[in-house]
Design a protein around this ligand. Structure first.
Ligand code: XBP
Ligand code: MG
Length: 235
C-alpha cells in the first residue's frame, strides 16, 4: 500500500499549543471579560477531556462551576476574544513547532507525499501558527486544512477526519494520521486511518492501544517509518 498522504493534528502534535497558548489565551479572555475564572495547568489538563474551545467553556460551567454563568451566545463572544489573544501569542512567536515537524513536512514535500491537517481548533489559529513558523506561504503546503466548526461533532467523533478524506479524495488506506491525544486517536481510527502518536505532558498517560506506534517526540518519525507502517513495498 502506497503512502500518499500524511494528515497532521495541530494542537499538541505539530506544536505544544495547549499549556502556553490556548490556556493562556482563555485566561486573558476571562480577565478581559471581568470573569474571576482562572484555568491553572492542572485544571486545564482536566478540561482537555473536551475538545473545542467553546465546548470546553461549557464543560467548565456544567461540570466544575455547576452553574450557567454564560449562555450560548456569551460563550461564543468570549471565545472570539480568546481567539484574538491566541493569535497575538502566535504572532509574537511564542509558540514554536515541535522539533522535527518542519523536517518531516519538507521530506514529505520532496517525495510528493500530500499533506493535510485535521484539527478541532478554529481555522485562523491553524493558519496563524503555520505562518508564524513556516512563513507567509505555509498554508499552501497543505492540500486540505480541515478545522473547527466545519463539522458538527468534534473529536473523538470521526467527522473531521472523514471530511478531510472526502476533500483529499485519497483512500484512508493510503494515509497516515499523526495525533497526540486519545480523543484524536479515536477520531482518526474511526475514520479508518492508521495512526501514530507523539505524546506530550498532558497526554502521555492516555490510552493509545489502537495506535500503530507511540513516540514521545518526532526524532524517529520520517517518511520511511510512515511508509513501513502503511506497508509500502510490502507484498
Ligand atoms: C484541540 C482542541 C482545541 C483547542 C482550542 O484538539 O481541543 O479545542 O484546545 O481550540 P485537537 P479552539 O488537537 O485534538 O484538534 O479554542 O479554537 O476551539
Ligand atoms: Mg491534539
Amino acid at each position: 500500500m502506497k503512502l500518499k498522504c500524511i494528515i497532521f493534528d495541530v494542537d499538541g502534535t505539530m506544536a505544544d499549543t495547549e499549556r502556553d497558548g490556548h490556556r493562556v489565551a482563555f485566561n486573558l479572555a476571562f480577565e478581559e471579560k471581568g470573569l474571576d475564572w482562572h484555568w491553572d495547568e492542572n485544571l486545564y489538563g482536566k478540561l482537555l477531556a473536551v475538545t473545542g474551545g467553546k465546548e470546553r467553556i461549557k464543560y467548565y460551567q456544567d461540570e466544575f462551576l455547576k452553574q450557567q454563568v454564560l449562555n450560548k451566545q456569551a460563550i461564543k463572544d468570549l471565545h472570539a476574544i480568546k481567539t484574538k489573544h491566541y493569535i497575538k501569542l502566535l504572532e509574537t512567536g511564542k509558540i514554536p513547532l515541535r522539533k522535527g515537524v518542519e523536517k518531516l513536512i519538507k521530506q514529505a514535500r520532496d517525495e510528493n507525499i500530500t499533506l493535510a491537517i485535521s484539527t478541532t481548533t478554529t481555522p485562523i489559529n491553524v493558519t496563524a501558527l503555520l505562518k508564524a513558523n513556516l512563513g507567509e506561504q505555509a498554508q499552501s503546503l497543505f492540500k486540505v486544512i480541515a478545522a473547527g466548526d466545519i463539522v458538527k461533532n468534534k473529536k473523538p467523533a470521526p467527522d473531521i477526519y472523514l471530511y478531510a478524506l472526502e476533500q483529499l479524495k485519497i483512500d484512508a488506506k493510503n494515509c497516515i494520521a499523526i495525533e497526540d491525544s486519545e480523543a484524536g486517536l479515536q477520531s482518526a481510527v474511526q475514520a479508518g486511518l492508521k495512526t501514530i502518536i507523539t505524546t506530550n505532558q498532558y497526554t502521555k498517560n492516555q490510552d493509545f492501544t489502537q495506535a500503530q506506534q507511540i513516540h514521545s517526540d518526532f526524532s524517529r518519525i520520517d517518511t520511511q517509518l510512515l511508509k513501513n507502517i502503511i506497508g509500502e513495498n510490502h507484498v
